[in-house]
Design a protein around this ligand. Structure first.
Ligand code: BG6
Length: 485
C-alpha cells in the first residue's frame, strides 16, 4: 500500500506556549515527521511564542532536544534536523500584556502570502486574551486559523462563553478545535468502513444491532496531572470529548458529502438525540492503592476527592435508527490494559437450523483504535473436522500495520490534524455547537452526582473497574468485552 502525501501551501505556524510540554512532546515532533515525509513546503516557518526571554538559538536548541527525545532515531538524519531547525524562530511574548506583539506582527508581515495559523498550546484562561491581542495587533487576518484544544470549557456555560469570546475575533471557519481522537487513523477508518462499503450500512441499526460497546481503557493513572484531573474527572476529561466523538461517528447518519459541515451536522444530531442520562445508568469508580503505588486520592493529593477516575454508562439514542439498542461506554485509568475499541454486536439470526447458535456470542464488528489498530469481524463457522455440525466463532482479523507492510507508517493524530489546519479542512475538528451540545448532555449527570453526595466506587488497579459496571450490561443480558491488549 502506498501512502500519498497531499501537498499543503507554505505556512507560518505560531505556537503559543512553545516552551510547554505539548509543544515539545507532540507539536514539534509532528511537524518534523511531516517534513521527513516531504509535506512541509520550503519557505514555511514555525514561530515559537512564549513568555520566556530566550533567543532564537536557545529555542532551536530546545526544539532539537525535543526531537531527540520524542522522534524515532531512524528519522533524525542530521541534514533534515538542520533544515527543520532552520525554519524555527522565536518571539518572547506576554500573552495577556503588550510585550512582543509588534515583533510578531513584523515577522509575519515578511511573508504575507503564507497561511497563518496560531496554535494556542496554553492554559485555557489564555485563549481569550491571546485571541483578543491577535485581533487588536492586526496579526489575525480574515483567513488566519486559530487552534485550541481541550479543556474547551468546564461546563455548558463556560463553553458558551469561550465560543462567544472567540467569535468576537474569529469566524467559525477559522476556529480549529482539536480532539486528538479524531486524528487517529482508525477513527477515520470507522467512517470508511461504514460509508465506503455496502456491507455494513444496511445492518447498522436497531433491527440488527443488539448492543454497542465503546471502551477507552488506560493502564496509567493520573501521572502528575492530578491538579487538573481532580477538577475534571473521567466524564469531563474523556467522555464529553473523545468518547462522545466516537459515539457520534458510530451512530451518525451517512452525511451527504465528506465535507466539514455535512459530517459535523450529522454528529450533532446524534448528541441531540441522546436521552438524558439517568443516575441508575451510570457507574463511577475511583482506583484504590496497589502495593506501593498509591491510590487515586494519594495521586491527586486530595483525601476527600469525589472525582471519578472511571465511568461506565448506558446511553440510548432516541431516533429511528437506534431506538432500543443500548450503547455502553466506559473509560478509566489504572485498568488492566491500554485499549480503545468500538464493538458493534449483531443480533442472532431470526431462525436457526443449528441449535447451538443461541450459545454463541453473535457476530460482532470490533474496531480497534489502539493498540494494534485494525478491525475484526467475529463470525460463526463449522468447527473443522469430524464430530458432527459443531459451530465455533472465529475472528476475521485485519491489523492495519500488517496490511500497510513492515514499512507502512501511520501518521500520528497531531501530524494529520496540523496539516489539516494548514490545508483549511475542518472535517476532523469540532464545531462550537457540537462542543456545547456535548456539555449540555454531560452537565446534568455531573450535577446529579455532585448533588447526591455519593462517592465513586473503589476499584483495584489492573482490573476492569468496579464490579457494578458488569451489572450495567448484565441487567440487559449482555457482557462487557475483556479489557486486554
Ligand atoms: C487526553 C486526556 O485527552 O487523552 C488524558 O486528558 C488521556 O487523561 C489521553 O490520558 C488519552 O489519549 P490517548 O491518545 O493516549 O488515548
Amino acid at each position: 500500500m502506498v501512502s500519498t502525501v497531499i501537498p499543503v501551501p507554505p505556512f507560518d505556524l505560531v505556537i503559543f506556549g512553545a516552551t510547554g510540554d505539548l509543544a515539545h512532546r507532540k507539536i514539534l515532533p509532528s511537524l518534523f515527521r511531516r517534513m521527513a515525509a516531504h509535506q512541509v513546503p520550503a519557505g514555511s516557518r514555525v514561530i515559537g511564542a512564549a513568555r520566556s526571554k530566550m533567543s532564537r538559538a536557545d529555542f532551536r536548541k530546545a526544539a532539537g532536544e525535543a526531537l531527540t527525545r520524542y522522534v524515532e532515531a531512524k528519522l533524525l538524519a542530521p541534514a533534515l534536523v538542520e533544515r527543520f531547525l532552520g525554519m524555527i524562530d522565536y518571539v518572547s511574548i506576554d500573552a495577556a500584556g503588550e510585550g512582543g506583539w509588534g515583533p510578531l506582527a513584523k515577522k509575519l508581515d515578511e511573508k504575507p502570502d503564507s497561511v497563518r495559523a496560531f496554535y494556542l498550546s496554553v492554559a485555557p484562561q489564555l485563549f481569550t486574551p491571546i485571541a483578543h491581542r491577535l485581533a487588536q495587533a492586526g496579526i489575525a487576518t480574515p483567513e488566519s486559523r486559530i487552534v485550541v484544544e481541550k479543556p474547551l470549557g468546564h461546563d455548558l456555560a463556560s463553553a458558551r462563553a469561550l465560543n462567544a469570546e472567540l467569535a468576537q475575533h474569529f469566524d467559525e471557519h477559522q476556529i480549529y478545535r482539536i480532539d486528538h481522537y479524531l486524528g487517529k487513523e482508525t477513527v477515520q477508518n470507522l467512517m470508511a468502513i461504514r460509508f465506503a462499503n455496502a456491507l455494513f450500512e444496511p445492518l447498522w441499526n436497531s433491527h440488527y444491532v443488539e448492543q454497542v460497546q465503546i471502551t477507552v481503557a488506560e493502564s496509567i493513572g493520573v501521572e502528575g496531572r492530578g491538579a487538573y484531573y481532580d477538577k475534571a474527572g473521567a466524564m469531563r476529561d474523556m467522555v464529553q470529548n473523545h468518547m462522545m466523538q466516537l459515539l457520534c461517528l458510530t451512530a451518525m447518519e451517512p452525511p451527504s458529502k465528506f465535507e466539514p459541515d455535512a459530517v459535523r451536522d450529522e454528529k450533532l444530531k446524534v448528541i441531540r438525540a441522546l436521552d438524558p442520562l439517568k443516575m441508575s445508568d451510570t457507574v463511577r469508580g475511583q482506583y484504590r492503592a496497589n502495593g506501593k503505588d498509591g491510590s487515586y486520592l494519594d495521586h491527586v493529593g486530595n483525601p476527600a476527592s469525589r472525582t471519578e477516575s472511571f465511568v461506565a454508562f448506558r446511553a440510548h439514542i432516541a431516533n429511528w435508527r437506534w431506538s432500543g439498542t443500548p450503547f455502553y461506554l466506559r473509560t478509566g485509568k489504572k485498568l488492566s490494559a491500554r485499549l480503545s475499541e468500538i464493538c458493534v454486536v449483531f443480533k442472532h439470526p431470526p431462525h436457526t437450523i443449528f441449535p447451538q447458535v443461541d450459545t454463541l456470542r453473535g457476530n460482532a464488528l470490533i474496531i480497534r483504535l489502539q493498540p494494534n489498530e485494525g478491525i475484526t469481524l467475529r463470525v460463526a463457522i463449522k468447527d473443522p473436522g469430524p464430530g458432527g455440525m459443531r459451530l465455533v466463532e472465529v475472528p476475521l482479523d485485519m491489523t492495519f500495520a500488517s496490511t500497510l507492510g513492515p514499512d507502512g507508517e501511520m501518521p500520528e493524530a497531531y501530524e494529520r490534524l496540523i496539516m489539516d489546519v494548514i490545508r483549511g479542512n475542518q472535517t476532523l475538528f469540532m464545531r462550537g455547537d457540537e462542543v456545547e451540545a456535548a456539555w449540555e448532555w454531560t452537565d446534568p449527570i455531573i450535577q446529579a452526582w455532585e448533588d447526591s453526595g455519593s462517592r465513586p466506587l473503589p476499584y483495584d488497579p489492573g482490573g476492569a473497574g468496579p464490579i457494578d459496571a458488569y451489572k450495567l450490561t448484565g441487567s440487559d443480558g449482555h457482557l462487557w468485552r475483556e479489557i486486554a491488549a
